[in-house]
Write a new protein. Structure first.
Length: 119
């Protein structure tokens, strides 16, 4: 099983939440400070942001390999839109390997959302 931190349209109530069907919701989660969300036009992008003091809120899920492969396609990892990498979370997930999708393109001229994306 793979632990994945979702922060946008994959969360409960999000328009892409159906991709999480059959997977296991573990708990709400929150990154350490140093990460923020940008509005990419209907969905958010998570980026490392050294000036951030709040971090990002989301959900932690345990997903199987087939789901993870589907999420990689959805997030455009092969096209270089997002990359999946470990993200440090606060307790109870501190010290555990949890991955998130980081936006890899420029966020210049994009609105900074902050810590929470409202679907």
């Amino acid at each position: 099983m793979n632990l994945i931190f979702v922060y946008g349209t994959l969360k409960h109530g999000g328009h892409n939440h159906h991709f999480m069907v059959g997977q296991t919701f573990l708990s709400s989660g929150h990154t350490l400070p140093g990460y923020t969300l940008f509005d990419l036009g209907g969905y958010p992008g998570l980026v490392a942001h050294p000036d951030d003091t709040e971090g990002v809120s989301g959900e932690v899920w345990s997903v199987d390999d087939a789901c993870l492969a589907g999420l990689d396609v959805l997030e455009g990892t092969a096209e270089g839109l997002y990359g999946r990498a470990a993200v440090p979370l606060l307790a109870p997930f501190d010290g555990k390997r949890v991955e998130a999708y980081f936006y890899l393109m420029s966020v210049r001229d994009r609105a900074r959302v902050g810590e929470t994306w409202s679907s």
